[in-house]
Design a protein around this ligand. Structure first.
Ligand code: ZN
Ligand code: ZN
Length: 403
């Protein structure tokens, strides 16, 4: 059983007095963090260790409750209630620093926060109170596993999905094409290949590979999970590139195909283009939500194209074959004699190809917009007056009948 007393002086680590104010603690940590941050010390193991130490010191000392526990016992554990522990210490059952440990870690339920109750048992003949603090042990473990990366006991984790809104121009949505988009995604770290750690696995020097260390706190002795290796007994350096995350954020330019007939609001799924997983976990997907651009003449309604076309009075009255714009270029449209303004003429399969089914195509719906001529010459006016005499019907008759 390892009995490496591991007394850390967080105050010394941060180079501050025990009476330091929260502000002084914060300033001291920031100053050191700037100096030892892995970003400014790439591949510098010493700096990395130092950074972990100051982070740990800051974590404890910047928290009023944790700091109290540390001040009292010389170390910190989530499971120590300052008041209860102080009372216990006064009770005098704690072992002195020289007392040999009795019982093994097996007898000492770890879920009771790592207290070594072996001496407690001997003196009182009682088992410690039942271990009901399982959950708080998890909290303790989390604190340290967060600090000492490289020993994270996690399996394959799938990457998360990404969602981006993309505006594609009108023609790309109608005819299809490729569009380019810059995205930010978590990619498998190129240094550690997603394993989060680098180098060979070594026996943890802190605990000698046992996964546990003993700490002295005042008169009490505590067995705790080795914070260095999170109780695994093994050490592997956290990857310097991804700081033990297994993934790194990368900007990536994605070229993606837009199918002909892609509609506004349509989602395009690019499988495996989301965030990378870790430890061999599958990558997430990338979802692109299409925002289709507009056009000054054509309006889209699903797979149909709506267009308003000016028609002269004589074309509408006599009927005509006129040229109208379509998404494929000019096309002939027959205006039947007697076409009214606002009337809609359907041009079958002159719309947009369906993105869902290539063999289906929408229609173009032409709205007739009759343009009344501005008469400038006498002859035209004469003709129209004559035309009026020949056609004396009142177009408002139907209205009067309904009023
Ligand atoms: Zn890495
Ligand atoms: Zn260890």
């Amino acid at each position: 059983m390892p009995t490496t007393p591991q007394q850390k002086d967080y105050y010394a680590t941060l180079g501050i007095k025990r009476t330091a104010t929260p502000d002084e603690i914060r300033k001291a940590f920031r100053k050191l963090a700037r100096k030892y941050h892995p970003d400014v010390n790439p591949n510098n193991k010493k700096a990395e260790e130092k950074f972990k130490e100051i982070s740990e010191a800051n974590d404890i000392l910047s928290d009023e409750k944790k700091r109290k526990v540390f001040d009292q016992f010389g170390f910190y554990s989530d499971n120590i209630d300052p008041a209860a522990a102080a009372a216990a210490a006064r009770g005098g059952y704690g072992a002195g620093p020289g007392a040999g440990p009795r019982g093994g870690p097996q007898e000492v339920p770890f879920d009771f926060g790592g207290f070594d109750f072996s001496d407690f048992q001997t003196q009182t003949g009682q088992r410690p109170p039942s271990a009901q603090q399982e959950s708080s042990w998890g909290g303790f473990r989390d604190i340290f596993s967060g600090m000492f990366s490289g020993q994270k006991q996690r399996g394959a984790q799938a990457g998360t999905d990404l969602e981006y809104k993309v505006t594609v121009d009108f023609w790309t949505a109608v005819r299809g094409g490729t569009t380019r988009l810059q995205i930010q995604r978590q990619e498998t770290c190129p240094t550690c290949k997603g394993k989060a750690s680098t180098g060979s696995v070594q026996v943890c020097a802190e605990c000698g590979g046992t996964g546990q260390v003993t700490q002295m706190g005042g008169q009490m002795k505590f067995n705790i999970q080795c914070p260095r290796c999170s109780g695994t007994g093994k050490l592997q350096s956290a990857c310097p590139t991804c700081y033990g995350e297994g993934t790194v954020a990368r900007a990536e330019t994605i070229d993606f195909r837009v199918k002909p007939g892609t509609r506004d609001g349509q989602r395009i799924r690019l499988a495996g283009k989301g965030n990378s997983g870790t430890n061999g976990g599958a990558p997430g997907d990338l979802y692109l939500i299409i925002k289709s651009g507009t056009h000054p003449v054509f309006e889209r309604s699903g797979d149909n194209i709506l267009v308003s076309v000016p028609v002269t009075v004589s074309e509408a009255a006599l009927g005509a074959k006129i040229e109208v714009p379509t998404v494929d270029g000019r096309a002939q449209l027959k205006i039947p004699p007697g076409t009214q303004s606002g009337q809609k003429l359907r041009m079958r399969e002159r719309g947009v190809p369906s993105a869902a089914n290539e063999s289906i195509r929408g229609d173009q719906i032409v709205t007739v917009d009759i343009v009344v001529p501005q008469l400038r010459d006498e002859r035209s006016k004469e003709i129209l007056r004559e035309f009026a005499k020949l056609n004396p019907e009142d177009p408002r008759t139907a209205i009067w009948e309904k009023v």
